[in-house]
Design a protein around this ligand. Structure first.
Ligand code: PRP
Length: 179
């Protein structure tokens, strides 16, 4: 474990098991349908690549990059689309894949944005959910686990673009982000 991490919350094995369980549910629900996975860059990239392989259904992979946090820890609430998906989703089933739902500001906006393009369905899969921090009414259709209101990093989750590479998820020492 690196020094900036106070304690490990989820080990690599535990994360792997959560991904397996989510993939099993998604495979059952979407079997025989035309599924488009949408990866919300950058935080969900590690989760996304594990999930799509574990689901194992024929699918299309699309990528969006939006930002509401800038370089800090407080959501600005203003969603900026930096990269949009590159295909027509009309009549298709869309599954947005996120690393974490926090205030809900990002997905409240993005789900509505994608629904405006007449897909058959838009659902949300998140590895982590922080309902205690919610500001907008967003609920995930597939959720790996609920986490308390603490600053977590690793497995895609960053602080100021650091720690995404960690294979585990840990609680960041407060002195790292308060200094
Ligand atoms: C993070 C995370 C979600 C969003 C969740 O992304 O990946 O997209 O914040 O927060 P919210 O529910 O409060 O909107 P961020 O904007 O930090 O970009 P990143 O994915 O590149 O880390």
């Amino acid at each position: 474990m690196i020094d900036d991490v106070e304690r490990i919350l989820y080990t690599e094995d535990q994360i792997n098991n959560m991904c397996d369980e989510l993939a099993d549910k998604i495979r059952k629900d979407y079997s025989g349908r035309e599924l488009i996975f949408v990866c919300m860059l950058k935080g969900s990239v590690l989760f996304f690549s594990d999930l799509v392989r574990k689901v194992g259904l024929p699918c299309r992979l699309e990528f969006m990059e939006v930002s509401s946090y800038g370089s800090g820890t407080v959501s600005t609430g203003k969603i900026n689309i930096k990269k949009d998906i590159g295909c027509d989703i009309a009549g298709k089933d869309v599954l947005i894949v996120e690393d974490i739902v926090d205030t809900g500001n990002t997905l409240f906006y993005i789900k509505d944005y994608l629904e405006g393009r007449s897909p058959a369905s838009v659902k949300i899969c998140t590895l982590f959910d922080k309902p205690l921090r919610r500001q907008k009414p967003v609920s995930a259709d597939y959720s790996g686990c609920v986490v308390d209101d603490q600053f977590i990093v690793g497995f895609g989750l960053d602080y100021d673009e650091r720690y995404r590479y960690l294979p585990y998820v840990g609680v960041l020492r407060p002195e790292v982000y308060s200094s």
